[in-house]
Ligand binder design. Sequence first.
Ligand code: CDP
Length: 233
Amino acid sequence: MSPRVIAIDGPAASGKSSTAQAVARRLGWAHLDSGALYRAVTLATLDHLEERGAGGGPLWSPQRIVALADQLPVRLVLVSDVFKPEVAGVDVAEAIRSARVTRRVSEVAAIPEVRQWVNAQQRRAVEGHPRGVVVDGRDIGTVVFPDAPLKVFLTASPDERARRRLAQRGDVIDAAELRRESDALDARDRADSTRPVAPLKPAPDAIPLDTTRLSLAQQVDQVVALADQRLPR
Ligand code: CDP
């Protein structure tokens, strides 16, 4: 039986998490932001592990990152149908959005052992949920839940994504800031799209949805309409 999952993938700041959360609420399902888990593992790594220094290989030992994530632990806790990231029992929802974490998360997320660990948490969360879970990320439809009955690939123009990210943070929106944010998003997308393991790309059966000119309410309506077709309730 295919898992009760809606997969929402796409590049940085394309509106995946806001859309996924609103769709989950409309369906009475839970929401899981896989990026939050990669960010929580990155936060734990930055706070607890020494970097190994230069030399070409990974800066941190993959085994030590995974052991740390198990021990602290880094985990997802279901609160009012939202899976929230915790590190050592502390809610890190805000701390994981810091620039310090954002700068390093793609590096940690490119480590295959980290991806296996994160994927196992996601599959356990979905198995344990009685209704269904809207999961957003980069590889949900391609790798984590390839049998999901509905996969959506969200995109938006680089300018619009930069504008949304600045607005979300309450930052000034001027030409210089837009350019800086757009460059930062582009660098992360390039890293996420070119890594050898689970690169950012649409699944062959994903439905593309360009949200550049859509409001959040419109994009949520479109995904809920698709869910109603694909997942008769
Ligand atoms: O919110 P934003 O779109 O900026 O990013 P995010 O969803 O919080 O994801 C942060 C980072 O985690 C991404 O840039 C990827 O490097 C990584 N990630 C991933 O590799 N695979 C996923 N399924 C989700 C996130």
